[in-house]
Design a protein around this ligand. Sequence first.
Ligand code: DAH
Length: 367
Amino acid sequence: MAEGVKYKDLILQADNIFKAFEQEFERFARFRTGVGLEDVTLKDAESLQANLNDLRTRHTGKKSAFASVKKLIGRVGQEDRAAFGQHVQSLESEIERALGETDEVLKALVSAGRLERERIDVTLPGRRPRRGHLHPITLLRQRIEDVFVSLGYAIEDDREIETDYYNFDALNIPDGHPARDAQDTFYTTDGFALRSQTSTVQIHAMERRTAPLRMIAPGRVFRRDTPDATHNPMFFQVEGLCVDRGITMAHLKGTLSEFVHRLFGPDVRTRFRPSYFPFTEPSAEVDYSCFKCGGNGCRICKGSGWIELGGSGMVHRNVLTAVGIDPDVFTGFAFGFGIDRMSALMYKLDDIRLLFENDVRFLEQFN
Ligand code: DAH
């Protein structure tokens, strides 16, 4: 009977298709039960879920082999049609059940895994942001400013890029003057230069305020120096200027000795040594007795008992004249010293470059 053969064939075909499904499903079998899956990672569960979906479309979709078997029901003989239909139905529902149960388990695994991943423990203490602090040079600069502000000085902040006029000419350092060589700096292509000294601010301040005036100008200066333990091509100075009627060197001495007293204590002494600066006449180097050993000699003052503060002197007539202040009516004193060098001494740094390397291990010691 032709119909009978066809029926058996079709049963066999359906069973083979089911076997093929079972074979592929085997790797998912352990997930169907949902037990003993503690070792499954979220990533694995997610990719298994995708694989299972793929398995479903291939085995139950419209274009699946199983779907084509189902279409043959109509061609099964009347008497076998019901039995064939039931057989195919039971295979199909077994496939559906296997896929459905496994999918449930994987879904649960994935959602538990995601929950775990996104879990935030709101009871954990917060991480406090680390607070920064001021740079040691800034700290010293502020102390210096405090002293002079309390002595009635204004604080001038001025440009770092200058013309030759302010850096040299107006300070009585004409073109060709040997003092220019000692302060070689960095030049721009259009006639400007980075200031090599804060003395430039003397000129700006006198032009702007005229006499009488008292000001200090802390700031960055630049020189064409090769960096070493005691030199940097960029460093900090503080300039001081006091112009009024009747100002003498006694005022200069009194002011600087008051300054070192406030900075280092009342026992620290000052002394002047004759010197030369083009913009002062007379000029003097100022020293103060070592804040560490009190003048007996130690490593900080290199055994001399004295530490150099900087340059100073009575403002040169030519400088006053350059800014339109009458040198027969007004006199003044000026001084300038290096902040970096001072802080290197105060903090016993062997190398001034430490101040600009921005190594946090170094900087955080000044908190
Ligand atoms: N500008 C000088 C320098 O950089 C320091 C200086 C010396 C400043 C004497 C002054 C001064 O105001 O009177 O070497």
